[in-house]
Design a protein. Structure first.
Length: 211
């Protein structure tokens, strides 16, 4: 239906729309289209994000998969080839692994240092540092300037003890330490492992360097 001027009559109004009503109706329609498009784009974005997550889950190593990050410290020691010096690379029982092995012949204090990071079968840590031509000052630096708490003999070799277990977390990786001298080599064993693991490593080191 139209009015006398030929304008369509809106059933809900019973008359033709005014210019303002026509503008409002079209604006509402445009707003509805924009909202619909925004919602549609959001759904597409969520689907894309989910796809990326699924892809990453498919290609990234799962936490329950074992990743071998062990270091062959015995091979590193052999390749270092330091004339006249045996680098401590003790043969240890099954279950011991290494996550670090490096030799530095240029340090700020002039001491050549061989370092091995050992992980025990119960996943505790023992750091082995061999200072070649080291002095008391170097040893003190490795142990955060802490004083010795005693000594113990392991398989015939005397070791100076630095026991900080009473300090708990404040001791960091120097919870327990052993120090012994083999000729011009000073060995510092320091870490979080128990007495049995320290005894195992200390015995193997003494067997290798004490001969």
């Amino acid at each position: 239906m139209t009015d006398a001027d030929g304008r369509p009559i809106v059933a809900e109004l019973g008359r033709p729309e005014t210019a303002e009503e026509t503008w409002a109706r079209k604006d509402a329609a445009r707003t509805a289209r924009r909202q619909h498009q925004t919602a549609f784009n959001l759904v597409l974005a969520l689907i894309a994000s989910l796809g990326i997550v699924l892809f990453l889950v498919a290609v990234v190593v799962r936490p329950n998969q074992s990743v071998d990050r062990s270091v062959d410290y015995r091979q590193v020691a052999a390749q270092a080839n330091v004339p006249g010096v045996t680098l401590a690379a003790p043969v240890l029982p099954k279950g011991f692994t290494s996550n670090r092995a490096d030799y530095r012949d240029k340090t700020t204090d002039g001491v050549k240092v061989w370092t091995v990071g050992l992980l025990t079968p119960d996943v505790q840590f023992i750091g082995l540092q061999q200072g070649i031509g080291a002095n008391a000052s170097w040893v003190s630096d490795q142990l955060d300037q802490h004083a010795a708490t005693g000594s113990r003999t392991i398989a015939g070799t005397k070791w100076t003890v630095y026991d900080r277990r009473s300090e708990g977390k404040d001791a960091g990786n120097h919870v327990y330490s052993l120090v012994s001298v083999f000729g011009k080599n000073t060995v510092v064993l320091s870490g979080t492992a128990d007495d049995a693991s320290f005894r195992t490593v200390a015995t193997a080191v003494a067997r290798e360097l004490g001969t």
